[in-house]
Design a protein around this ligand. Structure first.
Ligand SMILES: *Cc1c(COP(=O)(O)O)cnc(C)c1O
Length: 469
């Protein structure tokens, strides 16, 4: 399997090479030259596999340059009972014909662990194979950063520089990152919103000389290995849902921000997993909902990004959308480049002529959920079932309710645990979720973070001074 760039300017590259880069050298994103396809009989033959073995099969279709025994070792290390003490990706029913897919049972209580735990393994492997080191520079709106830091802490070939928007994360998210005392972990709180932080990261990795000179890499949601490891749980969710109901197709609703999770769902569907509808749930920052409803893609300025009670979805410009647009535009890099020119010149891209294909051929649905919707949904689910869901998952459940169809299980990706977002839970149902001793200690631990203006030079200097060589 080879990888190419959405902008057409990269020689086909193998998986392990691609995973060590962020953006492609032409500013585009790496995508499979051709998506693998999985026959129905093969899919059926995977029904008896445990999660790690399923991951070996699915990731193995993408990472064809890794020997199978190595891959198996890594999937078992990543998807272990130690990392996921409550089991891997359990499904549970709530009310209204909806089933939650438990993606947030890992060390940081959010779904990012699903990809990041594997990424920690495979990066270490690829770096050792190449005999080199890596300075990961990433931007996070909360969960990516902590999942990355927990996956990479203490690894000696790797340093992590994680930028986060000052004052825009929950105290729990901050503690999860800033309490880490490992020397290879650098927390940087940037003045501004997530997009300001992400733009700084992009500026650094677009500077090829600096990037090469410092062995820079990325683990934010544009990292291709993350997308591929997320594809696995769509296979898993389909297998488990059809074990139980005998249904043939499922629909899946995905609380979305940077379009990474749902892109993995789109890949799984394209590869042959019988997914009827892929429903995108947005919060008030609903650029993507607007795109799927109207065909107009109009990213917002960072200053127009609202700070909401589902903060990990507070995105105004979803980087991974480019990977889907590449397919929408017939995998034509010329059309892709001219679409981005249109965006630069006019501030939006008009895909209205493709609108019927978005919902028809590609099967997307979408919707927006507000703070009031989140509260009402958390409350409704709690009253009906006693189950407490987090605000992001609540956005998913709210939007999913409009797409429930008879005979088609509606799966909603549970992207975080409610304990991470106490304030909103208390506001919704007046309940405080008891914290384990471990979590209490984390919240009280000293914090390690430097504050920085949204200034490229300041970041450059800091990374230069602290990089692993
Ligand atoms: C990251 C995140 C999302 C958004 O996922 P994307 O892959 O960026 O679309 C949703 N919910 C939670 C809790 C997250 O951490």
């Amino acid at each position: 399997m080879q990888y190419i760039s959405t902008r057409g300017g990269m020689e086909p590259t193998a998986f392990c090479e691609t995973l060590l880069e962020g953006l492609a050298p032409d500013g585009g994103l790496a995508v499979p030259a051709e998506l693998p396809s999985v026959e129905a009989a093969t899919l059926e033959s995977w029904r008896a596999l445990d999660y790690a073995d399923l991951a070996t099969e699915v990731i193995g279709l993408f990472a064809t340059d890794i020997p199978r025994d190595e891959l198996e070792r890594m999937t078992h290390a990543a998807y272990s009972a130690e990392n996921f003490p409550n089991g891997l990706v359990p499904l549970r029913d709530i009310d209204g014909g909806i089933t939650l897919v438990g993606l947030s049972e890992g060390p940081t209580l959010a779904f990012k662990d699903m990809a990041m735990q594997f990424l920690g393994q495979v990066m270490e492997y690829a770096l050792a194979r190449r005999g080199t080191t890596l300075n990961i520079v990433g931007a996070t709106s909360g969960d990516t950063g902590s999942a990355a830091e927990h996956a990479f802490r203490g690894k000696d070939r790797i340093n992590v520089f994680m930028l986060s928007p000052q004052g825009r994360m929950s105290s729990f998210q901050r503690a999860q990152m800033y309490s880490l005392a490992d020397e290879n972990i650098h927390n940087i709180a940037v003045e501004g919103v997530f997009d300001d932080a992400q733009n700084l990261v992009k500026a650094l990795s677009n500077d090829l000389e600096f990037k090469r000179g410092h062995n820079l890499g990325a683990v934010n949601s544009i990292n291709l290995a993350r997308i591929t490891s997320q594809v696995v749980y769509y296979f898993w969710a389909w297998l488990r849902a059809t074990d139980r109901s005998g249904a043939q197709e499922v629909s899946v609703t995905v609380p979305s921000g940077n379009f990474g999770n749902i892109l993995a769902g789109y890949f799984a569907k394209s590869m042959g997993v019988p997914i009827r509808r892929l429903v995108l749930a947005a919060n008030e920052n609903n650029v993507l909902d607007e795109f799927f409803r109207t065909g107009i893609y109009r990213p917002r300025a960072a200053a127009q990004t609202l700070a909401t009670s589902s903060p990990s979805m507070d995105i105004s410009k979803a980087s991974n959308l480019e990977r889907f647009l590449f397919d929408l535009l017939g995998r034509d890099a010329e059309r892709m480049n001219s679409a981005w020119r249109e965006l630069d010149e006019t501030g939006s891209i008009d895909f209205t002529s493709e609108l019927p294909r978005l919902t028809g051929e590609f099967g997307f649905g979408s919707g927006t959920s507000t703070h009031a919707d989140r509260l009402a949904t958390i409350q409704g689910v709690y009253e009906a079932t006693g189950d407490i869901i987090d605000p992001h998952t609540a956005d998913g459940v709210k939007v999913a309710r409009d797409y429930v169809e008879d005979g088609v299980p509606m799966l909603v990706m549970e992207t975080a645990k409610p304990a991470k977002f106490q304030e909103t839970i208390t506001e919704a149902i007046g309940v405080t979720i008891p914290l384990s001793d471990e979590l209490k200690q984390m919240l009280e631990a000293p914090q390690h973070v430097v504050e920085m203006a949204a200034d490229e030079k300041a970041l450059r200097d800091y990374v230069s001074a602290n990089a692993v060589r």
